[in-house]
Design a protein around this ligand. Structure first.
Ligand SMILES: NC(=O)C1=CN([C@@H]2O[C@H](COP(=O)(O)OP(=O)(O)OC[C@H]3O[C@@H](n4cnc5c(N)ncnc54)[C@H](O)[C@@H]3O)[C@@H](O)[C@H]2O)[C@H](O)CC1
Ligand SMILES: [K+]
Length: 542
């Protein structure tokens, strides 16, 4: 699903009208969608107060109010201003709403009016201002913001929490509080990158289709939202499939005191559907790694203190290590001792299997990234394109790109895109809103996951999941990687529903992977949950 700027959204509306879908229809569908969301998720009795501005966001609010009243809810529309000031489409929507005997319309002129209007509300719908917001927030809207901050009544925002700039990557103090957001057609930048409360992830953000023709939605940014692909998680495993068909994964890593990393990557690969998983680790830690799961197979590598032997790169030895392997995950716990970095570079050069490169294997490539470009080019010329996925955190990215972490964080999108296109690789830049940059320049943004996952081991788990997904879907690299990243985040979100962010361990997320695979981001009403999907599923099941 594309991610749009406010400008692109208004162009989509304009094109939509040209293509024969009038604003009236869009507004009717938008308001109906909001009502549907409220009825399903805030089904409690009690008055719904719909706070409306005078623009089209308010128009959506009038339509929502009508549907809520028709569904039997007590509805109070509170207009910030006079009915006579409402013009155009919004006025028409208000006219379609006011014949409803059950909809009370109040014209609020003061803070006192607002306070009285909110009295006894069981649910508040924020339709004060949407994409038409021009900062700074002014007039009565300021008073509304302060009242919402004080009350515990749930708030559902239409399109955007009022006062939030659709293009802003950072939430400003201006914006209203919201517990859920229903937006339309496609997420805007703020829905994907924004924090509602600084440092805090926030509840459901859903995208409702409102009849805008697909062709009307054009995005220049090449940014899209990375959900788990239904095609990859919903389709049952081939009934005739055997373990070979689902990919034999090799996790190569580990070192003295670093048995945990390859263990966790292997465990995650097993849980993410790989047919077979082999961990190739230094002989000394082999028994420890083996103990993570009896399903795991093991291959001993040489002594770790001198680093991995370059002899392993000899054709015969490599051939025997990689026999039957479909995809390699290299790096977790590998260390940088002695010859190891040189081994990694030789491995990347010689092994043409799809490969996920993480941790110390990434560090081995710092200062040698031209190697990536060269092997990718060479393979392309030979007509056998390579699949290389790098999974750096910002520190590893900084080393790879030869810059500081601060510089990486200042332009994550630009840097990820440049690196991926220049080197012909898929780059998973981890952190708040992990980015997946594809070699063709497209970028997917992951919205699943939470601060519980900012812990050691998380990256190893991700490497295992990405490797396993690639092993199962080697011809669908982009979707396999995006799905893996999303599933990992979602598993973390499910974990925090039963534990606290402080207590969740990386291995705990593996135990919740099944819930991530099971969950659907598109609900029964056709809404796409770009945030809050775990909480929704948990509620439905509970
Ligand atoms: N395809 C779609 O997504 C559709 C979206 N719709 C909805 O329309 C709004 C955008 O409507 P627009 O009329 O352009 O603007 P707003 O209603 O968001 O804002 C105008 C309104 O707000 C007041 N205002 C502006 N800035 C401020 C401020 N700083 N402080 C206080 N008040 C402010 C202004 O005075 C006006 O009264 C979009 O978000 C969707 O919700 C349509 O339904 C069509 C389809
Ligand atoms: K709003």
């Amino acid at each position: 699903m594309k991610i749009l700027t406010a400008q692109e959204m208004s162009e989509a509306d304009r094109r939509s009208v040209e293509m024969g879908v009038p604003i009236t229809t869009l507004m009717e569908n938008a308001g109906a969608a909001v009502a549907k969301f409220c009825l399903r998720h805030y089904a409690n009795e009690g008055t719904v107060v719909v706070l409306c501005g005078k623009g089209n966001n308010g128009g959506d609010g009038f339509v929502a109010a009508r549907h809520l009243a028709q569904a039997g809810r007590t509805v109070r529309v509170v207009l910030l201003g006079f009915v006579s000031d409402v013009k155009g489409e919004a006025a028409a929507a208000l006219e379609r709403t006011t014949p409803q005997p059950d909809v009370e319309v109040l014209e609020a002129q003061s803070e006192e009016d607002l306070e009285a209007a909110l009295d006894g509300a069981a649910l508040i719908v924020d339709a004060v201002v949407g994409t038409g917001f021009k900062p700074p927030l002014r007039g009565l809207a300021l008073a509304v913001r302060d009242l919402l901050a004080k009350t515990a009544v749930p708030v559902v925002a239409i399109d955007l929490p009022s006062g939030w700039d659709a293009d802003s990557l950072e939430q400003k103090a201006e914006a209203f509080r919201a517990d859920a957001v229903v937006t339309f057609v496609a997420p805007k930048l703020a829905h994907v990158f924004g924090h509602l409360t600084p440092g805090k992830t926030f509840g459901p953000v859903v995208v409702a289709p409102i009849g805008t023709p697909e062709a009307a939605v054009v995005s220049q940014t090449e940014l899209h939202w990375a959900g788990a692909s239904k095609a990859l998680t919903e389709v049952p495993r081939d009934i005739n499939g055997n373990k070979g068909k689902f990919g034999h994964v090799l996790i190569l890593g580990g070192g003295y005191g670093k048995a945990g990393a390859p263990s966790m990557a292997s465990l995650a690969a097993l849980r993410a559907g790989a047919g077979l998983v082999t961990a190739a680790v230094p002989r000394e830690i082999l028994p420890t790694v083996a103990s993570i799961a009896p399903e795991l197979m093991l291959e001993p590598l040489g002594h770790e203190t001198e680093g991995l032997s370059l002899e392993l790169l000899e054709e015969e030895k490599l051939g025997s290590l990689l026999k039957g392997i479909k995809v390699v995950g290299i790096g977790p716990g590998l260390g940088q001792e002695g010859t190891t970095p040189e081994f990694v570079r030789g491995f990347v050069e010689r092994v043409t299997l799809p490969m996920v490169i993480d941790a110390d294997a990434l560090n081995a490539l710092a200062g040698h990234t031209s190697l990536l470009r060269d092997v990718v080019k060479k393979a392309e010329m030979a007509g056998k394109p390579r699949t290389i996925v790098l999974t750096p955190h910002p520190g590893e990215m900084a080393r790879l790109a030869g810059m500081t972490v601060k510089e990486v964080e200042a332009d994550r999108i630009g840097l990820a895109r440049r690196f991926a296109t220049e080197h012909g690789v898929t780059l998973v830049l981890k952190g708040w809103r992990t980015l997946i940059a594809h070699p063709d320049g497209r970028i997917a943004v992951n919205t699943a996951g939470n601060p519980a996952m900012a812990k050691g081991g998380s990256g190893d788990i991700l490497t295992g999941i990405v490797t396993a997904m690639l092993g199962q879907h080697p011809d669908d690299v982009a979707r396999a990687v995006e799905s893996a990243v999303f599933l990992h985040g979602l598993a973390g979100d499910f974990a925090t529903l039963v534990q606290e962010e402080h207590t969740v361990l990386a291995t705990d997320t593996v135990g919740h992977l099944y819930e991530a695979f099971r969950s659907r981001v598109i609900d029964a009403d056709g809404f796409t949950w770009i945030a809050g999907v775990a909480a929704n599923h948990n509620k439905e099941q509970g």
